[in-house]
Design a protein around this ligand. Structure first.
Ligand SMILES: *[C@@H]1O[C@H](CO)[C@@H](O)[C@H](O)[C@H]1NC(C)=O
Ligand SMILES: *[C@@H]1O[C@H](CO)[C@@H](O)[C@H](O)[C@H]1NC(C)=O
Ligand SMILES: *[C@@H]1O[C@H](CO)[C@@H](O)[C@H](O)[C@H]1NC(C)=O
Length: 463
């Protein structure tokens, strides 16, 4: 009890220090430029911030602020510091993590960018931030018929939400086409074709916010994989077998009325313009034994293009997907072991494979990656470049004696930028390579003995 009472003031002191260190008075944003790309269903925001330390002591962290709805849909957040002049610019990636701060006004959430070297008093640094939001375009009308185009709403603030004073700022918003039904005005606001310009605005105090809403056409495939389970099975006999189970949905405006295949086929590009039927999966090079099937069976309408850098599998579900429609299917393929499995000098082995979903421009709500290690593997450890849930399972298959260790990784809200390499390390005793042949030989030997015995008995009875 005494300990707790003691611990509490210390903890609040630490918090105060953190708060103080990133106090908004010491940093000023000299210039902010935001480019919001609304051309697909994944919202991509490129933010360039020129930051000045106007205080007296060095600063090591810079805060980014998000309204709560955006924070909930944030799939990716990256930051880098730019050094050098125009042509000779070099970039270094910086660590970004959720800030241990109480929520700001109106539930504002913060992320902290930690600078490599402290920013001294009076110094200036340029940060480039990229973030992506999923499920942030709301179809309106919510239901459309086959002949209608899809319209969506995007909500944001014309003024950058920031805990710091922003001296000068401008925001560009790019829509997929020039069909913009309406947009909020926060003077000066300009529109040129498929681009809206908010600003320049000057001298906004910390936590300024000015909500805007943009209503525009977006017929790009709203392809959302509600659930994807990827199983990567390593066999030391020479191959890696991948099985991917998809639950795909069209997350755009719901389809209203009956579906006319005649109209769909006779007016391609006009009828069902927001629907999609072609899917493209980027697979590693040297892929083999590719199959694609759904509940009914194998689907042959797929094309595989192979080159030395990648393989592309283009395929179609049995029917085009309209808003609210779903398709469940499985893709499977094999890959040469030597491209993905390596050995370290200490004898440890590791798999180096790509995380994420091979389908282009899709969001995965829930991704589960299962790496099935060979029988007899020990001490698995995982290296993934972003936070994931992880645990171990056992899998028993044909001829297994002790079962295989399965490393399970789970991540929600996955975008194509999460297709980066991850590694699973493990120890393997080569004696286990002999387990299966020994099992087989023993089985045959026992079978042989049984046959001989049976024949022998059979003979003795007939006598
Ligand atoms: C919080 O939200 C309300 C309503 O949207 C708004 O009037 C108010 O100015 C906001 N407060 C701050 C500090 O942003
Ligand atoms: C589907 O294709 C795979 C690979 O080509 C094959 O192994 C499997 O037997 C096929 N299944 C059916 C039901 O045709
Ligand atoms: C994993 O593979 C990628 C290329 O696919 C390569 O850039 C990276 O260095 C590899 N990582 C390890 C630890 O081998």
């Amino acid at each position: 009890m005494k300990l707790i009472r003691l611990a509490l003031p210390i903890w609040s002191l630490v918090l105060l220090c953190v708060l103080h260190a990133s106090s908004s008075q010491e940093i000023q944003i000299v210039n902010a430029e935001r480019r919001i790309d609304l051309s697909s269903h994944i919202v991509k925001v490129f933010l360039t911030l020129k930051i000045e330390n106007t205080g007296t002591s060095p600063v090591s962290d810079v805060l980014l602020a998000f309204p709560p709805t955006q924070a909930n849909h944030l799939a990716l957040l990256k930051a880098q510091a730019a050094t050098g002049k125009r042509k000779k610019k070099t970039f270094t990636f910086l660590d970004v993590y959720p800030a241990e701060l109480p929520e700001g006004p109106n539930g504002t959430k913060y992320f902290s960018i930690s600078l490599h070297s402290k920013l001294g008093a009076g110094e200036v640094v340029t940060l480039e931030v990229l973030y992506m939001l999923t499920h942030s375009l709301d179809p309106f009308p919510e239901e459309i018929s086959q002949s209608e185009s899809q319209l969506v709403y995007y909500r944001d603030s014309a003024i950058l939400l920031s805990p710091y004073q922003v001296k000068q700022q401008i925001t560009f918003i790019k829509t997929p086409s020039s069909k913009i039904e309406s947009f909020s005005m926060v003077e000066p606001t300009n529109r040129a074709g498929a681009e809206l310009k908010y600003g320049p605005y000057e001298n906004h105090s910390p936590h300024s916010y000015s909500p805007v809403i943009i209503h525009f056409e977006n017929n790009n495939p709203f392809a959302v994989v509600e659930e994807l389970v990827r199983e990567i099975e390593i066999s030391h006999w020479g191959s890696i077998q991948i099985t991917e189970q998809y639950k795909l949905a069209h997350a755009g405006a719901r389809h209203k009325g009956v579906f006319s295949r005649v109209e769909y086929q006779s007016r391609p590009g006009h009828s069902g313009i927001s629907s999609f039927r072609h899917l493209l999966a980027r697979l590693p090079p040297r892929v083999h034994s590719v199959y694609y099937r759904d509940e009914i069976g194998n689907i042959s309408s797929s094309h595989l293009r192979l080159d030395s850098k990648k393989s592309e599998l283009e395929f179609e579900p049995r029917y085009p997907l309209f808003g609210g429609w779903k398709a469940t299917f499985v893709i499977g393929y094999g890959l040469p072991l030597e491209d993905f499995l390596f050995e370290l000098p200490d004898g440890k082995r590791y798999l180096n494979f790509s995380f994420g979903c091979p389908l282009v421009e899709t969001v995965v709500n829930k991704l589960t990656v299962k790496v099935v290690l060979p029988e007899g593997s020990l001490d698995p450890s995982v290296d993934v470049p972003f936070p994931v849930e992880q645990y171990l399972e056992k899998k028993y298959s044909y001829l297994d004696v002790v079962g295989r260790t399965v490393v399970v990784l789970e991540k929600n809200n996955v975008v194509p930028e999460h297709n980066s390499p991850f590694q699973v390390y493990y120890h393997f005793n080569p004696i286990f390579m002999l387990a299966e042949p020994i099992m087989l030989t023993t089985t045959f030997f026992l079978l042989f003995i049984t046959c001989v015995a049976y024949l022998h008995i059979d003979l003795s009875i007939s006598k």
